[in-house]
Design a protein around this ligand. Structure first.
Ligand SMILES: [Cu+2]
Length: 307
C-alpha cells in the first residue's frame, strides 16, 4: 500500500516541470536564491516529522500500554497548569522561529535593488509574452515576443490526433506540453528583475528551478528577481487556473553565458530594427496580435529602479 502510494506520488509528478525519477524532495534550483525555499522546506518538514513522531508515539503508547484490556484505569484530573503552559509555549516558539526564517527569505526575494536587467512578463490566455526592457543600465528597444506551446505538443494534444505524447522530445527529454516555440533567453550571473502582469485573467509565472512563483494579475505589476548560476534550460508552467488551456501554456527559460546572451540580444535588436524584415516575419507576428500589446510596454519601467 505504501509502495503503491509512493509510486502514485512519483507518477503524479511526471507532468510537472523538471522532475527527476523518484524525486521526493523539492529541487535545489539553479539560482542564487533558490536554496532559500529549499532549506526552509527541509527545516519545516523536519519540525513536522519530529512533532509527528512525538504525538503519534505518545498516542500509540497510550493506546497499547494503557488500554482497558490491560487493566488501565483512567485518572480523574482534567487540568495541569504546568503542562498547559509548556504545550502552549513550545509551539509558539516553533512558530516564531519558522516565521522569522520565512520572513527573511521573503524580504530577500522581494529586494530587487541592484538589478542589472529588467524583463516584463505578461500572461495571456494561453501564452506568455516577454518584453526586454533594459540590460546593464541601457534600455532595450523593441525586443519582445510571444511564447506559446510548441507546435508538436499542440498537434499531439488535439483530440483524436493519434499522435504519441511520448514521441514529443527535445534530445532524450520528453517535453510534451513543456516546450515552447520561443523561450525566454536570459544571461547567467545577472540579477534579473521581472515585472509580471496579466493581459486578461490571472496567471502565475512559475519556474521551479528559480524557487518562486508569482501571480500575473491584470492591472497590477508584480516584481520579483532571479540570478541564475548555471547555464541551461529551465521549464515551468502557468500556476494559476486561468481557463481551458491553462495546462497548455508552459514556460521555458534558457540561461546563456553573458557572451552568448549579448550575441542573442544583438541579433534580436537587429531583427527588430530592420523594417524590411518585418513583412517576412509577419505571419507569425500577426497571429499573436502584437500591436495592442506593444502599447503596454510603456507601463513596465514605472517602478524606475534600475541597476
Ligand atoms: Cu495561465
Amino acid at each position: 500500500m505504501a509502495w503503491a502510494t509512493l509510486a502514485l506520488a512519483s507518477f503524479g509528478s511526471a507532468a510537472q516541470a523538471a522532475p527527476g525519477p523518484w524525486q521526493l524532495n523539492m529541487q535545489r534550483g539553479a539560482s542564487t536564491w533558490s536554496p532559500v525555499p529549499y532549506h526552509l522546506n527541509n527545516i519545516s518538514l523536519g519540525v513536522c516529522v519530529v512533532i509527528g513522531v512525538l504525538v503519534f508515539g505518545a498516542m500509540f503508547i497510550a493506546m497499547f500500554r494503557f488500554r482497558k484490556s490491560r487493566g488501565a484505569v483512567a485518572e480523574k484530573w482534567s487540568h495541569n497548569t504546568t503542562l498547559e503552559i509548556v504545550w502552549t509555549t513550545i509551539p509558539v516558539i516553533i512558530l516564531i522561529v519558522l516565521a522569522y526564517l520565512a520572513t527573511g527569505g521573503l524580504t530577500s526575494w522581494a529586494d530587487t535593488t541592484g538589478s542589472q536587467m529588467t524583463v516584463k512578463i505578461t500572461g495571456y490566455q494561453w501564452k506568455w509574452r516577454y518584453d526586454y526592457i533594459s540590460y546593464l543600465g541601457k534600455p532595450i528597444d523593441k525586443v519582445g515576443f510571444m511564447s506559446k506551446l510548441d507546435s508538436q505538443s499542440d498537434q499531439t494534444r488535439q483530440l483524436g490526433s493519434g499522435m504519441d505524447p511520448y514521441a514529443v522530445k527535445v534530445g532524450t527529454e520528453n517535453t510534451y506540453l513543456l516546450n515552447v516555440d520561443k523561450p525566454l533567453v536570459v544571461p547567467v550571473d545577472t540579477k534579473i528583475r521581472f515585472l509580471i502582469t496579466g493581459g486578461d485573467v490571472i496567471h502565475s509565472w512559475w519556474v521551479p528551478a528559480l524557487g518562486w512563483k508569482l501571480d500575473a494579475i491584470p492591472g497590477i505589476v508584480n516584481v520579483a528577481w532571479t540570478n541564475i548560476t548555471t547555464p541551461g534550460t529551465y521549464r515551468g508552467q502557468c500556476a494559476e487556473l486561468c481557463g481551458q488551456d491553462h495546462g497548455f501554456m508552459p514556460i521555458v527559460v534558457v540561461a546563456k553565458s553573458k557572451a552568448d546572451f549579448a550575441k542573442w540580444l544583438a541579433a534580436q535588436e537587429t531583427q527588430s530594427a530592420a523594417p524590411a524584415a518585418a513583412p517576412a516575419a509577419a505571419p507569425a507576428a500577426a497571429s499573436t496580435a502584437a500591436a495592442p500589446q506593444t502599447a503596454q510596454i510603456a507601463v513596465a519601467p514605472a517602478n524606475g529602479k534600475q541597476g
